[in-house]
Design a protein around this ligand. Structure first.
Ligand code: SF4
Length: 286
């Protein structure tokens, strides 16, 4: 299977009126220049060389997070699943994982089949342990089971010029709660800063759609089955709005500084970034 062409151009100019996606805000926190190059229409490699395994893992873990009810034997979108004799959590996970190539066809284009099979097998072996399952049952599922959730709910605000897709939208009585799935490392306490910004952005979008106030959100760290609540604080809302304005400026053509912890060594824009820097230095006579 082939790797997509690096830096493939998909559009010729900056979008002038397009809404900003919440993912642009989290990308900005990674490195503002990623937002710039994407806005220019340059496609980032879907599969970074040497990082294929991590990409496949993230997809599989995310899909498992959408199927916690099924894994623990509860009710899912199509009702309570029929269990065959001897069928345990591992075989259910295997079943879910088998559907992944149909659901994530686009994302998995270019992935080598044998690598995909190896990662699938490793995930099935490592997940579904008694410890993981008990954490899922006692932490992640309680609220979801009680209230259910809507998968990948799209929220759009013309007023803010922003949109996004909330992984899980939980409605509990009067409350509407955004929940994001993370496949990376869980912090020791609370949630990471970029996740607070993401939740604050979703909160503002949800508030407009549902005419409510969103007071909290959740982050689901699926790898270790940790479920963290995060209050939506004023300072996170303010930060999300500040980043939104900066992203809008970048989309209008401003070339930003690189991020402090920019992941340059795995970035497929590295050549463009260097060329741009050299051009700027020449123009400024440096
Ligand atoms: S090469 Fe580094 S600075 Fe440039 S866009 Fe990529 S991560 Fe950002």
């Amino acid at each position: 299977m082939s790797t997509p062409e690096e830096g493939e151009v998909t559009g010729s100019s900056f979008a002038r009126t397009a809404t900003i996606n919440v993912s642009d805000l989290t990308q900005y926190l990674f490195c503002p220049r990623l937002v710039y190059f994407r806005a220019k229409g340059y496609k980032r490699d879907r599969i970074v060389k040497g990082k294929e395994r991590g990409m496949i893992e993230r997809i599989i873990l995310k899909e498992l997070a959408f199927n916690l009810d099924t894994i623990s034997g509860g009710e899912d979108e199509v009702g309570v699943g029929e269990r065959e004799e001897g069928e345990d959590a591992k075989s259910i996970i295997e079943d879910i994982v088998d559907d992944i190539e149909w659901i994530y066809k686009e994302e998995l284009k270019g992935v080598k089949r044998d690598l995909f099979e190896v990662v699938k097998r490793d995930i099935v072996c490592s997940m579904g342990t008694d410890e993981w399952l008990s954490k899922v049952r006692n932490g992640l599922l309680e609220l979801e089971e009680a209230q259910g959730y809507e998968r990948e709910h799209i929220v759009v605000s013309e007023k803010l010029g922003m949109s996004g897709s909330v992984d899980k939208l939980i409605r509990a009585d009067e409350e509407v709660i955004p929940c994001v799935i993370k496949t990376g490392k869980c912090p020791e306490f609370s949630v990471w800063r970029s996740e607070r910004v993401q939740l604050a952005a979703y909160a503002m979008l949800i508030e407009e759609e549902f005419e409510t106030t969103v007071k909290r959100g959740f982050v689901e760290y699926i790898r270790t089955a940790e479920f963290r609540e995060s209050r939506i604080r004023k300072k996170d809302r303010a930060l999300a709005l500040q980043i939104l304005k900066r992203v809008k400026r970048i989309k209008r053509g401003a070339f930003p500084e690189k991020g402090v912890h920019a992941p340059c060594d795995t970035c497929s824009f590295i050549d463009r970034c260097e060329t741009r820097k050299t051009l700027l230095s020449k123009l400024l006579g440096k």
